[in-house]
Design a protein around this ligand. Structure first.
Ligand SMILES: Cc1ncc(COP(=O)(O)O)c(C=O)c1O
Length: 407
């Protein structure tokens, strides 16, 4: 038993040691795996409530920081959640039976190839847990979705980050860097945070170049917003026989269900079985299962969300060009802007004006920022505040031509 007085004293003065008879504890963190102490925590987009509290803001706040769907969820989903709410005293169906069946039918794939998780992020965790360890290497873009790097740190695996001057996933270089230690190559397509996109033909070439020497995770979290003329669909590629390909999708973006946490991966059934064994029991809650099943039926709502993003891209491109700001053409529901100066000032100014964006330093690119595409009202609100920020000297805008980095 710990001495309670000593316990309180330790909290007040952490340099004190616990002394409980025979037990003398040097440092509680000595029990933690040493490699885990180097894990860089994920920095989420700031929630509206937190910004309001921290800055004492009373007016409107627009959040364009986490690539959420400003249209919100389908009314079908809300009705299904209300209906399911009376059952939440029961554990959910751990097999995710109905949702998996619906997905199997929709994609025309065997149910054994599907893993549904508490967000696509859970599937990423499971893949990393199953496949990455000390001595292994894992390849990803620089920048890319931050969780991939965190997976390497958590599993004591070496991260190989590959940059490109146009902030794209350089698939030729990715393939060149595959060694006999490589276990997973992560391709977020579109890339988060830059929105760059690799076409079906380019991904097919990459798959040929990797030639089965590593697993390839094609993270298609934003696939439904793509309007490229050569659309890559990882699930179709998998069905054509690419056994080392895993495709990830999420209901957080197109369905506007980020808060309820549900996403999935399609993969070889033997790998899927391993992930199901590792998955936390009941990780996909019953409200999520009901909401997603209902929302998938609302095609009109999905089309509306897609239209909002495609129109929003054009509007924001035009405004950035007028302001002389560099941006990447995007296939996601967000845009990567380069202010060519440290974005800290712009970010802070915007926060005070009630606009939350994602500053680029989080991704190792201090002059850039990622801005989610919201409703037309939110986009205009952001542009109005951005103009104010730049006029007030935040970001020290240079006059001159805009440059488009085509992905
Ligand atoms: C590329 C990418 N993959 C996966 C996810 C995670 O999606 P989920 O909300 O389903 O965990 C995100 C979320 O932002 C993402 O950007």
């Amino acid at each position: 038993m710990l001495d309670r007085t000593l316990h309180s004293a330790k909290i007040a003065n952490p340099s004190l040691q616990y002394a409980t008879g025979a037990l003398l504890m040097a440092d509680i963190t000595d029990f933690i795996h040493p490699h885990l102490k180097k894990v860089r925590p994920y920095v989420p987009g700031k929630p509206i409530g937190e910004v309001r509290r921290e800055l004492g803001l009373e007016g409107e706040i627009v959040k364009l920081a986490s690539n959420e769907n400003s249209l919100g969820p389908s009314p079908f989903a809300i009705d299904a959640i209300i209906e399911e709410a009376k059952n939440i005293w029961l554990y959910p169906e751990d097999s995710v039976f109905y949702l998996k069946n619906a997905l199997a039918e929709y994609h025309d794939i065997p149910i054994e190839t599907i893993v549904v998780g508490n967000g696509a992020v859970e599937v990423i965790y499971l893949l990393a847990q199953a496949c990455l360890g000390p001595g292994d290497e894992s390849i990803m873009g620089q920048p890319a979705f931050m969780i991939y790097e965190i997976m390497c740190q958590m599993n004591d695996c070496t991260k190989i980050g590959i940059g490109h001057p146009d902030y794209k996933n350089d698939l030729r270089k990715f393939a060149e860097n595959v060694t006999d230690r490589t276990k997973i190559v992560w391709v977020d397509n579109p890339n988060n945070p830059t929105g760059s996109y690799e076409s079906r033909s380019s991904v097919k070439q990459f798959i040929n170049d990797v030639d089965g020497r590593s697993l390839i995770v094609l993270d298609e979290a934003y696939q439904q917003f793509v309007d490229h003329d050569d659309v890559c669909d990882g699930i179709e590629l998998f069905k054509s026989g690419v056994e080392n390909l895993i495709t990830l999708r999420t209901f957080s973006k197109i369905l506007g269900l980020a808060g309820i946490r549900c996403g999935y991966g399609i993969m070889h059934p033997d790998l899927a079985q391993m992930l199901e064994t590792l998955r936390i029991q009941f990780s996909v809650n019953s409200l999520a299962q009901a909401a997603v099943l209902a929302a998938l039926k609302d095609k009109e709502h999905m089309e509306k969300a897609r239209r909002m993003v495609i129109d929003g891209r054009k509007y924001l491109y035009g405004e950035f060009e007028k302001l002389g700001l560099k941006y990447n053409e995007t296939q996601g529901n967000f845009i990567w802007v380069d202010f060519t100066h440290d974005t800290r000032q712009v970010n802070e100014y915007l926060l005070r004006e009630g606009v939350i964006i994602r500053p680029g330093w989080i991704f190792g690119s201090p002059t850039c920022a990622r801005v989610s595409i919201g409703s037309q009202y939110e986009n205009e609100f952001f542009i109005e505040k951005l103009i104010k920020a730049l006029e007030n000297g935040a970001g020290k805008r240079k006059a001159g031509k805009s440059k488009v980095v085509t992905s």
